[in-house]
Design a protein. Structure first.
Length: 445
């Protein structure tokens, strides 16, 4: 406890780190404020009545979890940052198959700027389409025959203004995320999703408390088992997100003038989950698309029947979601870590893996190991992500079930660890102890 107190004290001794943390917190407060400002023209009283009994175990309930209740509040930030994530996915997928985007990825800083610009354009387009779907949904909502958007307000002008406000809200959140990444601490986009999830956690605990102690619907033994399982799941998430496999690299001695280089053994750390939480975020963004499209056809009976296959608790949804997580784990790993580049760098520096020839054999060897250690990690992510869809049958309140494993837990743990690592880097650069003097967080550096 004393060490933790000293660490927090050290954080605020460093002027730059203190400024970065306070800047990040200030922008996240703005994000939360925007989640409670309702769109103009909506009857807030009727909106609260219409959403009071809305199930949280649906896909819209899960979307609302990601945006911290903004969707439920019909707020100006109702779309959250998800359109930006969807646009990023599309651009990265195009980079794998379209030569133009492949060329941009190889052009260094100039190519990265162009890709960022195209991602922003895509965000505007996707946000506009999703905003239009939201307005259609809001217009169809009513309480005892009274629409939440008064008849006097309904019309083309309200629809256009709402689409513009929702789209602008997403663009503003995208800008806030970029500012956090550049001038704050941690990954801004991930932190915006993180704060939206954390904001709902106290309410989830309250729901579970009321179910067990006030309504008498719970069993203390089952609750203790659930808590033990949650602790085990968190430990597993930490292990998957932090675990590494080290490959020894021998550097031969070489003499240049009077200096001797090499003759040492170093290690290449291969993470069990190189992709982090991005496969979860990517897969979730894709799974939101079918329901977004179906919003445009509220009166089509066939499409509304099709919608039940894409509900959060549907086996079809769980299967597709798991497959996409596994796919994006490998896809994002291939983007983040290129064995060929590593092998080429080793060869130029005179390094080699004992028993493996430099060049292509080294690249194949690293790729083979990375594929093997990524497989169990991807399966673990998929299982944990779909777990809340099944634990609802144990009697757990739907809102609390979303935190029992699932996407929310993976994102919270992953983003928290990555942010702590950045804080530790600042501390160690200035010769202060971090949150851990040893262990996984330090080892990954």
């Amino acid at each position: 406890m004393a060490k933790l107190t000293d660490t927090f004290r050290n954080i605020f001794k460093i002027h730059e780190l203190r400024q970065r943390i306070l800047y990040t917190l200030a922008l996240l407060v703005i994000v939360r404020l925007g989640a409670h400002i309702t769109l103009p023209g909506i009857d807030s009283t009727l909106l609260n009545e219409s959403t009071k009994n809305q199930a949280s175990d649906t896909l819209f309930g899960l979307y609302d979890l990601f945006v911290g209740g903004a969707f439920h509040n019909a707020a100006i930030f109702a779309l959250g940052i998800m359109p930006y994530i969807s646009s990023s996915i599309i651009i990265q997928l195009l980079g794998a198959v379209v030569p133009y985007f492949q060329k941009l990825q190889q052009e260094g800083e100039d190519g990265r700027k162009k890709i960022t610009q195209l991602t922003r354009y895509g965000t505007v387009l996707i946000a506009g389409l999703q905003a239009w779907g939201v307005t259609i949904r809001l217009l169809s909502m009513n309480v005892q025959g009274l629409p939440i958007v008064p008849v006097a307000v309904q019309g083309f002008s309200w629809t256009i203004s709402s689409v513009l406000i929702l789209t602008a809200g997403t663009i503003f959140m995208m800008w806030l995320g970029e500012q956090i990444t550049d001038k704050g601490i941690g990954n801004g986009i991930s932190l915006i999703i993180f704060i939206g999830i954390i904001d709902r956690f106290p309410f989830a605990l309250l729901d579970e408390y009321q179910r067990v102690f006030q309504q008498g619907n719970g069993n203390m033994i089952i609750e203790l088992i659930i808590i033990a399982l949650m602790v085990a799941i968190i430990a597993g998430v930490v292990l998957v997100t932090q675990g590494t496999r080290r490959i020894p690299v021998q550097y031969a001695k070489r003499v240049v003038g009077r200096k001797v280089y090499g003759g040492v053994t170093q290690y290449i750390p291969l993470r069990v989950n190189t992709a982090g939480v991005m496969p979860i975020i990517f897969a979730q963004s894709i799974m939101f698309i079918p329901n977004t499209i179906l919003q445009f056809f509220p009166n089509n009976e066939f499409l509304q029947n099709l919608e039940r296959y894409f509900t959060y608790t549907s086996p079809v949804y769980s299967f597709l979601y798991a497959i996409m997580i596994i796919f994006f784990t490998y896809f994002y790993t291939a983007i983040a870590f290129n064995p060929k580049d590593v092998a080429d760098t080793m060869k130029k520096q005179g390094g080699f893996i004992p028993g493996i020839r430099p060049g292509k054999q080294t690249s194949d060897f690293i790729d083979n190991i990375l594929t093997k250690i990524t497989l169990p990690g991807s399966f673990f992510l998929a299982i944990i992500a779909i777990l809340p869809a099944f634990v609802g049958g144990w009697g757990i309140s739907p809102r609390f079930a979303q935190f029992f494993g699932g996407t929310s837990l993976l994102i919270v743990v992953g983003v928290a660890l990555d942010t702590l690592q950045q804080i530790e880097s600042h501390l160690l650069m200035r010769h202060y102890d971090g949150f851990m003097k040893s262990g996984k967080v330090k080892a990954r550096r």
